[in-house]
Design a protein around this ligand. Structure first.
Ligand code: NDP
Length: 251
């Protein structure tokens, strides 16, 4: 059983932490005592609501706008976090988008948008945050992939490629950064009740739930607990993909 406040004194960045899974992760980190820098892209109202919820937990929250697909933005977000808190201990690359189309209908723009946010954004943030972690010889990186990055999915070749790329990227990071006291792991969510999934028609969701051994969608809080396990309790785990999918896919 973890001590309360066991992340006290630690500084975390959660990209796309203003709503959905990222918000639940930011809140769970805050509940464990970490100060949290949270990024959003366009929805300021949601971001402000989330920042207030985090501050109500008694920790500091820096809320920042930025598009992680733009390297200048990613670097600015990390630099602003270091300027405010002096360090980064935990990086959660959560920001992600979908542009679902079958390959016959896929445009270059659909492909590039998803790869840019999901995969390039993860790379830019790691690249920017790494020096602070290397300097302190401590870091916990968790990249949010997807079950689809392991199984593929009809109509999601761009998204599957981005998430599969994240898994392979993370394994490489784990190998390179272990000597600096930095672990890098993946949480691969299954279908989770957020706005991303809320956009799917109910009959499609019903069919998906019927195939999930646990017979329901995950909650964002269940993803957050898996992430916090990896950053707080899993000192000897690195390069690992933690599947949180209700048994839908067992590698
Ligand atoms: P949501 O769409 O609910 O939230 C996405 C978050 O990312 C928001 O905070 C959004 O900010 C932010 N964001 C979007 N684009 C950018 C960008 N270009 N730069 C910075 N931030 C951005 O997503 P979920 O919570 O559902 O998903 C979170 C992660 O989990 C994603 O990586 C997703 O691929 C993954 N995942 C989700 C699953 C699910 O079933 N929901 C299943 C498997 C994986 P803003 O509000 O300003 O737009």
């Amino acid at each position: 059983m973890a001590e309360p406040n066991s992340l006290k004194g630690k500084v975390a960045i959660v990209t796309g932490g203003s709503r959905g899974i990222g918000k639940a992760i930011a809140i769970e980190l805050a509940k464990n005592g970490a100060n949290v820098a949270v990024t959003y892209n366009s929805n300021l109202a949601k971001a402000e609501e989330t920042a207030a919820e985090i501050r109500a937990l008694g920790v500091e929250c820096l809320m920042m706008q930025g598009d992680v697909a733009k390297k200048e933005d990613a670097r600015r977000l990390v630099a602003a976090t270091i300027e405010k808190f002096g360090q980064i201990d935990i990086l959660i690359n959560n920001a992600g988008i979908t542009r679902d189309k079958t390959m016959k209908k896929m445009t270059d723009e659909d492909w590039e948008a998803v790869i840019s946010v999901n995969l390039n954004g993860t790379y830019y943030c790691v690249q920017a945050a790494m020096p602070s972690m290397v300097e302190k010889k401590f870091g916990r990186i968790v990249n949010i992939a997807s079950i689809v990055g392991e199984t593929g999915a009809f109509g999601q070749s761009n998204y599957a490629a981005s998430k599969g790329g994240i898994i392979a990227f993370t394994k490489s990071l784990a190998l390179e950064l272990a000597k600096d006291g930095i672990t890098a792991n993946v949480v691969a969510p299954g279908y989770t009740g957020t706005e991303m999934v809320g956009a799917m028609p109910q009959e499609v969701l019903d069919k998906i739930c019927a195939k999930i051994p646990l017979r329901r969608l995950a909650t964002p809080e269940e993803m957050a607990k898996a992430v916090v396990f990896l950053v707080r309790d899993a000192d000897y785990i690195t390069g690992f993909t933690l599947d949180v999918n209700g048994g839908l896919y067992m590698p």
